[in-house]
Design a protein around this ligand. Sequence first.
Ligand code: SAH
Ligand code: SF4
Length: 367
Amino acid sequence: MLPDIRSQSRAALAVQFAAWSEPTYRLDQLLGWLYARRAAHWDELTNLPRALREKLAAAFALSLPAIMKVQGARDTTRKFLWRLDDGSLVESVLIPANPALYGDRSDRHTLCISTQVGCAYGCRFCASGLDGWKRNLEPHEIAGQILAVERWNAGLPADQRVETDRVVNNIVVMGMGEPMANYDHLMTALRSLNASWGAAIGARKITISTSGVVPRIRNLADEPEQFRLAISLHGATDDVRVQIMPINRKYPLRELTEACEYYVEKKGKMITLEYILIDGVNAGREQVKPLAALARRLHAKVNLIPYNTVEGLAWKRPEENACRAFAAAVEAEGVTTTLRLEKGHDIDAACGQLRLKTERELADAPA
Ligand code: SAH
Ligand code: SF4
């Protein structure tokens, strides 16, 4: 199998073009086709000479994730299930911007993308890890989720399409997998999406969520780009967090907090603490003060998410009133808090759920 062209950095392609004695402006044309125009076949690259296209096709694959399922409708949360070249399934979720926040600019969307097939971290609320870890996504499979959604939109009939060149304005790396465990591929993909020669999506519009891989948080702080950081916290004391997230044994809260402080100092950027509310596990009042203290120390905002039930897992979300009361108590401690009363509950919107269900249906299907 040939390596995919969208898994190459610009620098690597520049070396290849120099070896072929191709001028730099041809490389810029190629990159425009790859990231601004989202090409999926070599014969689409009409302004490149045929000889160059043939050299490219002999050296590199050019593929985008294939759509296996789309759930949801325009103006609601839409979920994409992708089939990759080896048959693996991953998912992305397209979330329209809240019209209450942005007026009726319904052309603005956030795409939540995956970075691995499965996940090795085994957090106890999460469908992504239920069947274990299979492999890392390649850079082109990470960036390809955004490009394939936009290509899909452009191919819809006019009355169903979002009429804008750039459907995805925001990226959250919060889908299946632990992004920091696939750090190098993630960075290659995000650089191509962020660069002016690539998809030109601002680094401030790209948020990486991690369960707390401390050394990689420090690496991210040292990168030149201003990518944003979200932490899957879900417990504000070690004894509670360790029941929910096994990674807390390796990187307990003190180390995690210090790495976050390093990031905030280096970047001058606010981070987000994600906190799922699980009934009888982490939603009691005794978590409020330690959560607020941590958020204040990190100048972070807190995003509360009522737990989305996962088939095969025992936990459930607290009553809506209990969620509101928890949010109000954190807010009363002087911390900016949002309570995300989930969109997309009905379409298995929490990461990993659609893929898991489909994998299991496929496994159960008569031959
Ligand atoms: N591995 C990374 C990114 C993917 S998981 C990380 O852990 O941060 C990211 C987020 O998906 C979780 O923090 C949580 O906010 C959300 N999530 C996963 N399963 C969920 C569930 N069952 N209900 C609600 N949110 C869920
Ligand atoms: Fe993996 Fe994140 Fe799910 Fe934990 S929450 S199992 S790290 S995808």
